[in-house]
Design a protein around this ligand. Sequence first.
Ligand code: ADP
Length: 247
Amino acid sequence: IYMTSVKMLERGYAVIVMTDITAVKNSEKTRSEFFANASHELKTPLTAIKGFNDIISLSTTDEKTKELSAKIAKETDRIVLLINDMLNLSNLEAERSPIKERVDLFKVCEDVKESLSSLAEQKKVTVEVSGSGVIEAEKEHAVELVKNLAENAVRYNEAGGHVWVNVGKIGGKTVLTVKDDGIGIEDKDKERIFERFYRVDKSRSREMGGTGLGLAIVKHICAVYNADLKLESKIGEGTTVTISFPE
Ligand code: ADP
């Protein structure tokens, strides 16, 4: 695999530089395969641990043991979420072209709202979905996109807060907007939050069940569909994420 660049000089001369990037591409592939395999291999023993832990919890009457078992269950669930996000991310990195279908984005938003209802209730945040729109995409990708954004909007919010999810059309482009009146993000963190495992407040993210990979996944999905991703935020006022899909 070669990367080629051409530079025109004066009097009709030109310089062509060809760089052999086979090794770079191969190591990227190895890394991505390792990531995918490791995540996959971790799932099997984890499922077993969860199972044994359930047995312990069901077969004991000792309160202390039950309490510890509940803690183990909570932590293993977190690892499962983390592994799933790592797998999602490595699949997105594998650069295969998506198998597109017509996806009703409004319907996806409604389904996500439904799946977030218990978290929203617990946080006392209301979620509103409006608009209409269709995109050509892999259904799973659309769900991941909306889920990660809406979940953040609920998570990084205060009691009594709101989340508005809208699907619309601007200049022929289908646009997804996820807006909240939550805690907001400081300017210095705005560029960094799309990096893997970057969190503004690690303990808050963990406590809320975040993996630190949500926005990295969002960014990757947008890249796959050439969608434009914008984030506006003001500390204490809220955050708006806008994604425009090309026509
Ligand atoms: P996490 O699993 O920690 O939520 P994400 O990649 O989804 O990871 O987000 C990275 C960080 O960006 C979060 O930990 C949080 O600090 C910040 N963040 C994301 N969305 C919002 C939002 N809507 N309002 C305020 N902060 C946000």
